[in-house]
Design a protein around this ligand. Structure first.
Ligand SMILES: C[S@@+](CC[C@H](N)C(=O)[O-])C[C@H]1O[C@@H](n2cnc3c(N)ncnc32)[C@H](O)[C@@H]1O
Length: 215
């Protein structure tokens, strides 16, 4: 973790109570200073081992990327891979997405990627789903006007839940497909680690874009 310290912007929880931290703690990041340029910023929530951003950041060096991930083991792998690839346009937050507003300034992110977020079936875990109302309200706060959430999932119930949530929280929904790899959106698609496994099993992938409309 120390060897990758330069890539890591924050780690852990600023205080034990997540709700209190999300509401009261602020240590907002200055992306121009961090990246040394004013390029647009995009965020992946739940980056896992970082395969998606490894490809995307190399493909688009004119965009800066932040990867948020709860689990220390997988984010370490992602950081090591990014360091080995010599990519200078990616940084990491080893934090739960619940406290993104503690670090990400309002209106600072033009796109959020939710790649194969855990579907968490059953009503008990609804609040933990990364497309539940409380997360969509967080994303709304940090997205620019016109900013987008791009979601991919193999879980049809989770996808349908997410589409309804996007509408409920006032996002407009676009480019919906229930079979990404046999759709026009397949071109340029980057296959994530989880996506590769689902494809091997022959499962169709759902994808949609939810846009925050300007006021
Ligand atoms: C199913 S994996 C998908 C990994 C990767 N995006 C992919 O497509 O291969 C979901 C990831 O989201 C992370 N995650 C789940 N809830 C989170 C939260 N509240 N905040 C940050 N990361 C979270 C998990 O630790 C896990 O690494």
């Amino acid at each position: 973790m120390e060897a990758c310290g330069a890539l890591l912007l924050a780690r852990g929880k600023p205080c034990p109570n997540l709700k209190e931290a999300a509401e009261n703690f602020r240590s907002l990041l200055d992306f121009e200073e961090i990246f040394g340029n004013g390029n647009p910023v995009e965020l992946e929530v739940g980056c896992g081992n970082g395969g998606f951003l490894l490809t995307l950041a190399a493909r688009t060096p004119e965009v800066n990327y932040v990867a948020a991930e709860l689990c220390s083991n997988v984010i370490l792998t992602a950081m090591e891979r990014m360091r080995a690839a010599g990519l200078s346009n990616v940084r990491f937050l080893n934090i739960p997405a619940e406290i993104l507003p503690c670090y990400m300034p309002p209106h600072s992110v033009r796109r959020i990627y939710l790649n194969f977020s855990t579907p968490l079936p059953g009503s008990t875990h609804e609040r933990q789903r990364l497309t539940s109302s409380r997360f969509l309200q967080i994303y709304r706060e940090i997205l620019t006007d016109g900013g987008e959430i791009v979601q991919k999932t193999d879980s049809l119930p989770f996808f349908e839940y997410s589409l309804a949530q996007f509408e409920k929280e006032g996002f407009s929904v676009h480019d919906v497909t229930y079979d990404l790899h046999h759709s026009p959106y397949a071109e340029g698609n980057i296959i994530t680690e989880y996506e590769a496994n689902f494809l091997k099993q022959g499962l169709p992938i759902c994808r949609a874009v939810a846009r925050k409309e300007g006021i």
